[in-house]
Design a protein around this ligand. Structure first.
Ligand code: SF4
Ligand code: SF4
Length: 56
């Protein structure tokens, strides 16, 4: 499953705009993935400027 490390996220919003499943929300300026909606396409991993989203 894909997760975002909140302590490293800059809140740029790039992954939110790109996620085809609309599975990412901004919470307290940090991106958070809804595991129920995520299809693990990994687009957010590719777009993140600091490569935060990762498989866990
Ligand atoms: S892996 Fe794909 S579906 Fe899941 S949060 Fe990232 S962009 Fe969205
Ligand atoms: S693209 Fe990366 S830094 Fe930007 S909001 Fe998403 S997880 Fe955070």
């Amino acid at each position: 499953m894909i997760k975002i490390k909140a302590d490293a996220c800059t809140g740029c919003g790039g992954c939110i705009d790109l996620c085809p499943s609309i599975a990412i929300n901004m919470v307290n300026n940090k991106a958070v993935i809804d595991a129920d909606l995520c299809t693990e396409c990994k687009m957010c991993v590719k777009v993140c400027p600091v490569n935060i989203p990762c498989e866990q």
